[in-house]
Design a protein around this ligand. Structure first.
Ligand SMILES: Nc1ncnc2c1ncn2[C@@H]1O[C@H](COP(=O)(O)OP(=O)(O)OP(=O)(O)O)[C@@H](O)[C@H]1O
Ligand SMILES: [Mg+2]
Length: 355
């Protein structure tokens, strides 16, 4: 049995099913992320864990205990919210101490534990300040300190970084990850930002319309997506619709997938070949001919959009440096490595390739 077990969780609101048959488990010390588009049920699941909303049916077991029978304030769960939820009229110290008040902790111990929690989020020197005078990043640190000061059995975070600007988001996500490992607690983190999920998680659970699409490590989710939804939601995809040109490339590669209705390849897996030189692609690659439609330089990478027999294809070039090549209209060739191809059936499930 895992530390946290969610078994066939179902949540119905009047006439609408927000969670359908969600089962997952999280280990002690694990950083587990719920990733999915708006409305897929992430917050609904967190609220069911915290006890703010009970499930319609299903089981939640934490450390062997049936959580649904325990009222929210007795579950020992820390929660961090998107909007910080700090009290503006209370000092940083009192905000963090707030969670300990109903727990009848002695004043000396309150001081010690709040001090320790503030040190962990690097706010020790600001204990007497009022939150109104603090930045969004600092206010969220208060929120995190308040969640961990109760020494929770589970730490829940619902899009804690989405109100912060991009640079701070990256900084704070690294701090959150380090803190979670340091206090060695099971954490469930909600985001709809795929890069954040890849960066911060031990495992990711991709959700779609109240269901789980796939659970796996960041590498498995990105590198081996099991559904079309996961492949499209995490990263970008070139979609290859069935066509005679595609058939011919697949047969050159000796590949078959009878049930496939869609083929796909990631932009970074396409290899651009110099158009004039007779550089031959290997037999493990299919070569597509096309013309450059657009060149987008992004600093650490560049995107070249080609019009080809297989339809539009975007190739990503890592570390483009000072190259200014690829003018629109120019002829171009791209090689698709055989092992870069993915195929999906009509229902969106990944299809195993034969050959
Ligand atoms: N109290 C409620 N009554 C009726 N429907 C609700 C209620 N709470 C949530 N829903 C619906 O359930 C679905 C899932 O909502 P939820 O808040 O869990 O989504 P989410 O994945 O957290 O989305 P977001 O990324 O926008 O926060 C949505 O369609 C939402 O409208
Ligand atoms: Mg939400």
């Amino acid at each position: 049995m895992a530390y946290l077990d969610v078994v066939r969780a179902r949540k119905e609101f009047a006439g609408f099913t927000a969670l359908q048959d969600v089962s997952l488990n999280v280990e002690r010390g694990e950083f587990f992320t719920l990733l999915g588009p708006s409305g897929c049920g992430k917050t609904t699941l967190l609220r069911a864990l915290a006890g703010f909303n009970d499930l319609t049916s299903g089981e939640i077991r934490l450390d062997g205990e049936d959580l649904r029978r325990i009222p929210p304030h007795k579950r020992d769960i820390g929660m961090v919210f998107q909007d910080y939820a700090v009290f503006p009229h209370l000092s940083v110290f009192d905000n963090v101490a707030f969670g300990l008040k109903p727990r009848k902790v002695a004043p000396a111990e309150i001081r010690a534990r709040v001090g320790e929690a503030l040190e962990k989020v690097r706010l020790g020197h600001l204990a007497e300040r009022l939150p109104a005078a603090m930045s969004g990043g600092q206010q969220q640190r208060i929120g995190i300190a308040r969640a961990i000061v109760i020494r929770p059995r589970l730490l829940l975070m619902d899009e804690p970084l989405s109100n912060l600007d991009a640079k701070l988001r990256v900084e704070l996500r690294e701090e959150i990850r380090a803190l979670q490992k340091q206090i060695d607690i099971a954490a469930i983190y909600v985001t709809h930002d795929q890069e954040e999920a890849l960066a911060i998680s031990d495992r990711i659970c991709v959700m779609n319309a109240g269901r789980i699409e796939q659970i796996g490590t960041p590498q498995e989710i990105y590198g081996d997506p099991q559904t079309r939804f996961v492949a499209e939601f995490v990263g970008t995809l070139n979609r290859l619709e069935p066509s005679p040109a595609l058939e011919s490339d697949l047969s050159h590669l000796g590949l078959k997938a009878p049930r496939a209705t869609l083929w796909a390849v990631r932009p970074e897996r396409l290899r651009l070949l110099p158009p004039q030189e007779a550089e031959e692609a290997s037999e493990k690659e299919a070569v597509v001919l096309g013309r450059v439609e657009q060149f987008t330089y992004l600093g650490r990478e560049a995107h070249v959009r080609l019009a080809t027999d297989l339809g539009p294809l975007v190739a990503q070039i890592a570390d483009p440096g000072l190259i200014a090549a690829f003018a629109p209209g120019e002829a171009a060739r791209a090689a698709i490595p055989r092992d870069a191809l993915m195929a999906f059936d009509a229902a969106g499930a990944r299809v195993k390739l034969e050959g």
